[in-house]
Design a protein around this ligand. Sequence first.
Ligand code: AMP
Ligand code: MG
Length: 411
Amino acid sequence: MSLVPLEEVQREILGLVTPLEVVEVALDDALGLALGENVTTTEPVPPFANTAMDGYAVRAADTVGAASDTPVRLRVVGELPAGRTPECAVGAGESIRIMTGAPIPPGADAIVMVERTARDGVDGVLIEAPAGVGDHVRPAGGDLEAGAPVFGTGTVLRAPHLGVLASVGAARVRATRRARVGVLSTGDELVSPSTPGPLAAGTIRDSNRPMLIALVAEAGCEPVDLGIAPDDEAGTVAILDDATRRYDAVLTSGGVSMGEYDYVKVALERLGSLHARQVAIKPAKPLAFGFVGGVPVFGLPGNPVSSLVSFECFARPALLARLGHPHRFRPEVSARAEHPFTRRPDGRLHLDRVCLRATDDGYVAARTGNQASNALAASAAANGLARVPDGDSVPAGAPLRVLRLDGVPDH
Ligand code: AMP
Ligand code: MG
C-alpha cells in the first residue's frame, strides 16, 4: 500500500465528518462547546457608570491646582461602597468616599484615587492632585453597549467567554452538543492498569486507554471507557456495533497493523465503511478509520506514542469537527533546532516529540528523549510535535515548524 501524505488524509477525514446538532445548554455545561447562535446583549456592561478605584467622587472643577503642598479641602458628605446606591449628590466643594464598583453619584464627574488624598478631620479630605473629567470613571456600556453583538456562531466557549455570557445574563445558550466518545483498547496482551505486578508472562498494562480518555476530555468531548477487547473478530464486531449506536465517535487502539490478529479493520469493513491508510508520517503510519451509521471510528495504532500522535493528527481534528469548532488544528510556530535532528530519508514526515522553549531570539525545539514509538515516558514531557521533513538530518540552528500541543488555536 502506498504512503499517503498527512494533509491528504486529514482533508479526507474532515470532508466526511459532520457536526452534531445544536442544542440548548446551561453555561455550566458549555466549556469548550461551539456557539450555535449569535448572542447579543439587551443590557449594557457595565450596567451603570462606576468607579475603577477606591477614592473620592468629586467635581473635577473643584480640584484645579491641587498638589501635595497646596491641597484642596473638600467636605465629605457620604460613603458609597459597591452594591449601594448614592443617597445624595456631590455639590460644589463636596466629595463622597467611594469604593471600586460603586455607582458614580450625581454631581460627581471624576474620581480621585485614595492614594492622592489625606483625611482631614471627621468631615474633610485633602485632595493632593487635580482630577480631569472622567478620571477613573468606567462608563455604562464601556465593555458592551446595549444591543451590541457579544459572540457569533462558531465561537468556541473558553473560560472568559463564559464570564462574558454570565455578565449579560445569558445563563443558557445554544451550542453544538458535546460529543460522547467511546474509547476501546484491543489486544490479548493487555491487562488493566490497576493489575498488581509482577505481571503474568507476555502481558502489559493498558496505557493507551487512560491517555486517550484524557485526550478526549481535553479536546472538550465526554469520554466513555469501553474497556479492553480481546483479539477476537466476533467480539470486536459486537463491541463496535454497540458503541457506534450509542456514541458520537469511537476510538480504538491496536489491531490496525499488518498482524494476523488485527480485527478492527475487519470489524469496520463488516459494519460500515473502512478507509485503511498507510500515512507518510513517523510514528503513526497505520491508520484505519471508517463510519458506521455516520459515526466516525478511528482505529489508532497500538504503540502508545503512535496512538498519541495519531490522535493529534486525525482523531482530534475530527472530534473538533464533530463539536462544530471552526479551527481544528493546533497552532504551529517556527523554532530553531537546538541540536541536529538526525534522520534518514524514508518517504515520511517525522513528527518528533519536542520541548519548545521561548528565548529572546524566538522558540528553540529539543527532542524530549527516546523517539521510539513505544517509549511513551520520553514523550510525556513534550509540548510540541516538530515537523522534520523527509530527507537528511536537520542541522542544529536550522528552522523547524512545530505544532504546539497546548495553547488556543490561531484564528
Ligand atoms: P498492535 O497494533 O495491536 O499490533 O499493537 C502494537 C504494539 O502496541 C504492541 O506492542 C502492543 O502490545 C502495543 N499496544 C497495543 N495496545 C496497547 C495499549 N492499549 N497500551 C499499551 N500498549 C499497547
Ligand atoms: Mg494488538
